[in-house]
Design a protein around this ligand. Structure first.
Ligand SMILES: C[S@@+](CC[C@H](N)C(=O)[O-])C[C@H]1O[C@@H](n2cnc3c(N)ncnc32)[C@H](O)[C@@H]1O
Length: 171
């Protein structure tokens, strides 16, 4: 998997929407961990969960240089089911370009809505890789888990054509 070249755009959007310094941040399916690194760089306490062992190893090494963090090698669906996770509370949850890869994303959204004060989500739409929903279907879907799903900006992913990916701020 390549580095997400849009990570800096995502960071510009989400860091203008929430204060990350000294906050507890969790990134579900962090990939190369660029957003974890950005958050750790402003002194957030970061936790990342990803099922790819090599990505976990690389992110853990990267975070060491930035003052540490918690990297968990697990499937998100499995991790959120741990009974002790009920008692975790994060200030900020992040999940970008991951949901359409999951067989059932409901447990993740339900957990984020309960255990994260604010969640930032980016989800591929129909026609963009694994995405299956239109913009309005996705908004309605997110609002079935969160009180508010607000479009706070977008990035542009380029493949054979351009795909706009909205960043949703969910409360
Ligand atoms: C397309 S990448 C997105 C990475 C990152 N969030 C970003 O926006 O650049 C999807 C990531 O989700 C991880 N992933 C997919 N399904 C997962 C699951 N069930 N549990 C944990 N990680 C998962 C993959 O290993 C990969 O790192």
């Amino acid at each position: 998997m390549n580095h997400n070249v849009r990570a800096w755009q995502i960071w510009a959007i989400i860091s203008s929407q929430a204060k990350f310094t000294k906050r507890r941040v969790v990134d579900l399916g962090f990939g190369h961990g660029d957003l974890l690194a950005c958050a750790a760089g402003v002194e957030a306490t970061v936790t990342g969960i990803d099922r790819d062992q090599d990505l976990c190893r690389a992110a853990a090494e990267r975070l060491q240089v930035l003052g540490g963090g918690f990297i968990i090698h697990d499937a998100i669906e499995h991790w959120v089911r741990h009974p002790w996770n009920e008692f975790f509370q994060f200030d900020i949850g992040i999940c970008t370009s991951v949901l359409p890869y999951l067989e059932d994303d409901s447990i993740i959204l339900e957990w984020m809505s309960r255990c994260c004060d604010v969640s930032f989500l980016e989800v591929q739409l129909s026609g963009d890789g694994p995405g299956i929903m239109t913009y309005s279907q996705l908004k309605e879907y997110l609002e079935s888990y969160f009180t508010v799903a607000q479009d706070v900006g977008h990035t542009v992913a380029r493949k054979e054509r351009e795909y706009v990916r909205t960043i949703w701020k969910c409360l």
